[in-house]
Design a binder for this molecule. Sequence first.
Ligand SMILES: *Cc1c(COP(=O)(O)O)cnc(C)c1O
Length: 496
Amino acid sequence: MSDLYFKSTRGSNEKVLSSQAIVNGIAEDGGLYIPEFLPKIGKPLSYLKEMNYDELAFHIMKKFFTDFEDLVLQECIKKAYDSKFGDPAIVPLIEKGGAYFLELYHGPTLAFKDMALSILPHLLRAACIKIDIDEEIVILTATSGDTGKAALEGFSDVEGTKIVVFYPRDGVSQIQERQMITQEGSNTYAIAIEGNFDDAQKGVKEIFNDKNFNKILRNNNYIFSSANSINIGRLVPQIVYYIYSYLNLSKLGKISKNERINIVVPTGNFGNILAAYYAKKMGLPVNKLICASNENNVLYDFINTGIYDKKRKLKATSSPSMDILVSSNLERLLYDLCENDTGVVKSLIEKLNKRGEYRITPNMKHKLKDFYGGFATDNEVSETIRDVYKSFNYLIDPHTAVAYNVYQKYIRDTKDTTKTIIASTASPFKFPNSVMKAVDDKFSNYDDFALLEKIAKISNCSIPKSLKDIDKRKILHNTVCKREDMKSIISRILKI
Ligand SMILES: *Cc1c(COP(=O)(O)O)cnc(C)c1O
């Protein structure tokens, strides 16, 4: 099989294999790595249907990670999707309310980020060995809540790595924060910053692009890498579960041969939905990709008008992992929309950085027709959680509720009867306050920890072991810093 190379969305001449792209995280010119071409699924779906999750993961990932030895890649997959997952199906598909909820949250941190972050550390280790990197890898990550914990957990005590996570002090839930600040592992650092997610993300990007600082780091035998969803080592593993769940539907006899489905994804940084879009481009029969936003509805506006405008105030919503104004992975979609014209991508991103907005051409806008954009307000999210619970006896978290609400709007708008998968991205246990308040107002005055018991009771599920007694665990991280101090904090951690 010939090698697949990755290049930048912004047009530099850099061309690397997957192991190098995984280690670098971001391209030299600040762009994102994209494969030179998108491989096809290759085998007939009827053949793939017989595979278990690990086998399918190998089949798909190997198409992108061509420079990984088969055995090495298989080993990474095996270490990632094991008993850490609370459900033997890894990604169970639950039929409720006229849709199929794809529960992506049975990993160790109870959000879909585990699907990628339980494998990324192993891919990264293998990549370093492959390309003879002796330096210690410093993973630098900005988080809107779920990435941070999933990355800390994934990298905890992984040899040859340190992980530093910056999260917005007032932008994550009580449980999310507690999950991070109780993280064990001698190589883990969780740091609160005074600001919102975009501040954290911007700060991390600046550090990545700071040539001088990178040089100092190298002189001290360190290199940076990213665990953010821009890393292809995260993006590619996410393609797998869309294909797997399609095959599942087919196996269950819910869809006929090559029948198309819709996929609804509650979206923030545009990573998860991009993976669904890539699955479609690889040949999965997908009709609409439904991009569901919360009140930070930049993507809704973009899909409907062709104008991306980040000049607005970020709102703190009940779905904090989607409180984002600049969706990094959208740059990869732009690359496709303008038919791989990296000059166009570069100029759009420059406009976004300088003026806070850009407009795509009518031609590019036309290509967005694969997507439907909708959004849900916090009130609608609450109503949706309550309705779904009362009608179907099924408890969903606020992120999943954004998706289900937008799905209902989509049906109202289009009368489309295509079978639909809803990406269910977090466990209701992760957002006890919003979930229980929505179910019944009498729970408004409880704290998150007390509510875990209540959720267990009404959902008939036991409290996941990663959250049990979390309020009694020792707090191991307590640094708070300003955005401008992020660099000096890193210097202090690395003693450079
Ligand atoms: C990260 C996250 C999202 C958004 O996913 P993107 O890939 O950033 O679009 C949605 N829901 C939950 C629970 C998340 O953690």
